[in-house]
Design a protein around this ligand. Structure first.
Ligand SMILES: *Cc1c(COP(=O)(O)O)cnc(C)c1O
Length: 441
């Protein structure tokens, strides 16, 4: 519970976030509700920035990974904190542009970027594009030529690291859909291919070895492989790497089981990458590259909680007790996708001891619609407010209108004040894009 100083239990026995009573928040804004603590988001952005300053002389840039949580407000905060962002779709780019985010500080990713997305990026002057296919290299070069511009690019590299995390979120194994393998020579082929493109400038390389990774060793090993590759490319092709983007993936706290793994200070992940860069550049006689890191989950994950109202309770004697809430896989698909573990508590009875183990179920027509299993709670009653912790990343951004449920609104809490950053949907929003052909009318 005290993983994060923004959460506490007040003298009414209620959960507080960012100086606000969650029971009051639930009354004012309704449930289900995504709640974000602005201070915590800023603390995390600054921590990564400080780590680059402290250990690397500020020779780098933190890019917030949009896909963890994308909306205009988060881009405003990132801009105020003077960091960059990464984006992986036209929608994320458009949201950032709408928030007035400086395109020069955007890095665009994707294994299959659409022509329209590349055009949007070039028309708006996106700083870096991470090339992930030969076809994309051709398209980008001609788009840049057409516009009379020269586009800076990185190459997505697969360093072949097996990160210890859930198999579905590993991205750098040899059979990954992402990147060019160092091992089979395709990374080198891509470099020489791009060096021949007149309208593209290769700044360096990018890798991202997966998500929710706790082992610093995985990042160290990936950095070693990248530096070894960088040294080879200099030796063989005289190519000088200016920028190295090591991606994100830093693991965070969700439940008790993570306590042993999650570092006290997430900047240790960054420090371990930097230590390897310093050692290897010295060993190979290389310039220290401009270092980009792209934390997503670790910036917004623990800054967010989800508030629900308890509805139906079903006790299947001797089997399981289901506590159903007014949310479900439409606002949090992570249990259905990865059997994710969570910590939860009754926000209005946060000081009461836990007396039973229950399964938190959603309201969708699907047995797999579970929010969390094996959760210890006091005996819940209909009307209680249930808070699930560490829901700031990959929740809202993965939400859908499944079963034509509303995607819940999100609020930003800051020093005792709460405001919408995502407004509530209405039934009109639900049918807004429905069309009825004339012959059915
Ligand atoms: C997903 C992703 C990130 C962020 O990962 P987190 O685990 O949220 O830190 C960064 N870079 C790229 C290219 C990604 O795909």
């Amino acid at each position: 519970m005290n993983e994060r100083d923004t959460l506490k239990i007040n003298n009414k026995g209620h959960l507080e976030i960012g100086g606000m009573d969650t029971v009051d928040i639930a009354k004012q804004f309704g449930t289900p509700l995504y709640v974000y603590d602005e201070k915590h988001i800023r603390v995390m952005m600054r921590a990564y920035k400080d780590a680059l300053n402290k250990y690397y002389g500020g020779h780098g840039l933190v890019l917030y990974a949009s896909k963890a949580f994308s909306c205009k407000a988060i881009y405003k905060i990132a801009a105020q904190e003077n960091i960059g962002i990464d984006a992986v779709s036209g929608g994320e780019l458009y949201t950032a542009f709408s928030a007035g985010f400086n395109p020069a500080k955007i890095c665009l990713h994707g294994n299959n970027k659409l022509l329209s997305e590349l055009e949007l990026a070039l028309d708006n002057g996106v700083g870096l594009i991470v090339v992930d296919s030969f076809r994309e290299a051709d398209i980008l070069d001609s788009l840049a030529a057409k516009r009379g511009v020269n586009q800076d690019v990185l190459i997505r590299i697969n360093p072949g690291i097996e990160a210890h995390t859930h198999a579905f979120v590993q991205t750098a194994r040899t059979d990954s859909k992402f990147g060019f393998s160092i091992f089979d020579g395709s990374a080198e082929n891509m470099l020489t291919y791009l060096l021949d493109k007149r309208n593209l400038t290769v700044k360096g390389f990018h890798c991202h070895i997966g998500s929710q990774i706790f082992e610093k060793q995985s990042f160290e090993l990936a950095t070693e492989k990248m530096l070894c590759f960088i040294a080879d490319m200099k030796k063989i092709h005289g190519f000088e790497t200016e920028t190295l983007n090591m991606g994100g993936g830093f693991g965070i706290w969700y439940s008790e089981g993570d306590r042993a793994h999650a570092p006290e200070d997430y900047c240790e992940y960054v420090k371990s990458i930097i230590d390897v860069i310093k050692a290897k550049t010295a060993e190979y006689g290389l310039r220290q590259p401009f270092l980009m890191i792209e934390p997503g989950r670790s910036i917004v994950g623990e800054a967010g909680i989800m508030l629900y109202t308890v509805g139906a309770i079903k006790d299947i004697v001797g089997v399981k007790k289901y506590v159903a809430v007014d949310g479900g896989m439409f606002e949090n698909p992570r249990y259905a996708l990865y059997q994710s573990k969570y910590s939860a508590l009754l926000a209005n009875r946060a000081d009461e001891p836990c007396t039973e183990i229950v399964t938190i179920a959603g309201k969708c027509c699907e047995s797999g619609d579970i929010i969390a299993a094996g959760v210890a709670l006091p005996e819940a009653e209909s009307g209680d407010i249930l808070a699930v912790l560490s829901t700031g990343a990959y929740h809202y951004s993965m939400a859908s209108n499944y079963n034509r449920n509303f995607i819940p609104p999100a609020i930003l809490v800051n020093e005792g004040k709460a405001e919408y950053i995502i407004k509530p949907q209405t039934y009109d929003d639900i049918v807004r894009n429905d069309a009825v052909p004339e012959r059915l009318k």
